[in-house]
Design a protein around this ligand. Structure first.
Ligand SMILES: [Zn+2]
Length: 277
């Protein structure tokens, strides 16, 4: 009896340790920052929530899209030397806004979140934006010769998602409207609505000419990622109530990155089922 208990105890320890290692590896992958120098003025920082930094020719001004969180936020900050900083937050989640407080002088632009919602979604470092764009509103700013479109797409991944489009470079930063080869995070508390998200993806495909697409998570890609994201939601939606279809869709997206208990095929299916009720 004692021996049996010991074996069961050992199995539990091994399972918990393996789960811990799996979770830790996923977290490490999530937080790892990779630097992509696009040109002398523009750098993309993949990892945590993906970011870009666009600097003026004299180095005095910079646009930062999303400030990451924790160690990734500090490491992003160390690359920014400009004095005049404009930050755009694509949305309110802490992995995209958790470095805002590191830039006390910066002007922060984001969607029109209530202060409450912003604080609930973010963390103690996610300073509330100074300029808040209403759904459908587009603000255009200049960083030297680059024309920067900042556009509130309306409700999708959250209640007020914002995209940033660099007109000359034909580069679109989507925030979490696109998880590239990742299962998406769906957060009821932040207002995620898959049906509306699919409409936004459609509208974006027609709105901007995109050569380079920086997703909220996953590697840099191109315009086709908008359709791929919509197709993913379409496939999962279509499988609701049909076990065979679900197995096929799960198999199709088996290589997409999943975060244990947070996002994955089952999370997406469950969310879409709830949304339809
Ligand atoms: Zn998010």
């Amino acid at each position: 009896m004692k021996k049996a208990l010991l074996i069961v105890g050992l199995i539990i320890v091994v399972v918990v340790a393996a789960g811990g290692v799996y979770f830790w590896r996923a977290y490490q992958k999530f937080m790892m920052v990779e630097t992509i120098v696009v040109d002398p003025r523009l750098t993309i920082y993949i990892g945590c929530g993906n970011s870009i930094v666009l600097t003026s020719e004299d180095g005095s001004s910079a646009l930062i899209v999303d400030t990451k969180m924790k160690g990734a936020a500090t490491s992003l900050k160390s690359f920014v030397k400009a004095k005049n900083i404009t930050i755009v937050n694509t949305h309110s989640h802490f992995d995209h806004v958790g470095g805002n407080a590191l830039y006390p002088q910066a002007t922060i632009i984001a969607g029109a979140y209530s202060k409450n919602q912003w604080e609930e979604d973010g963390n103690k470092f996610s300073r509330y934006p100074d300029i808040r764009l209403a759904p459908g509103e587009e603000k255009i700013i200049k960083i030297d010769t680059e024309t920067v479109h900042i556009y509130n797409t309306g409700r999708a991944h959250t209640g007020n998602d914002v995209v940033v489009y660099l007109e000359n470079r034909k580069l679109l930063v989507t925030g979490d409207l696109v998880f590239h080869q990742w299962h998406p995070a769906l957060v009821a508390q932040s207002g995620t609505n898959v049906a509306s998200w699919m409409r936004v993806l459609d509208a974006l495909s027609g709105k901007y000419q995109v050569r380079t697409l920086v997703p909220g998570h996953g590697m840099v890609t191109n315009q086709s990622a908008l359709t791929a994201m919509k197709d993913y939601f379409g496939a999962v939606s279509d499988s609701v109530g049909n076990k065979n279809k679900q197995a096929a869709v799960k198999e199709k997206y088996k290589d997409y990155f999943a975060f244990p208990g947070v996002f994955g095929f089952n999370n997406t299916l469950k969310y879409i089922q709830q949304e339809r009720k």
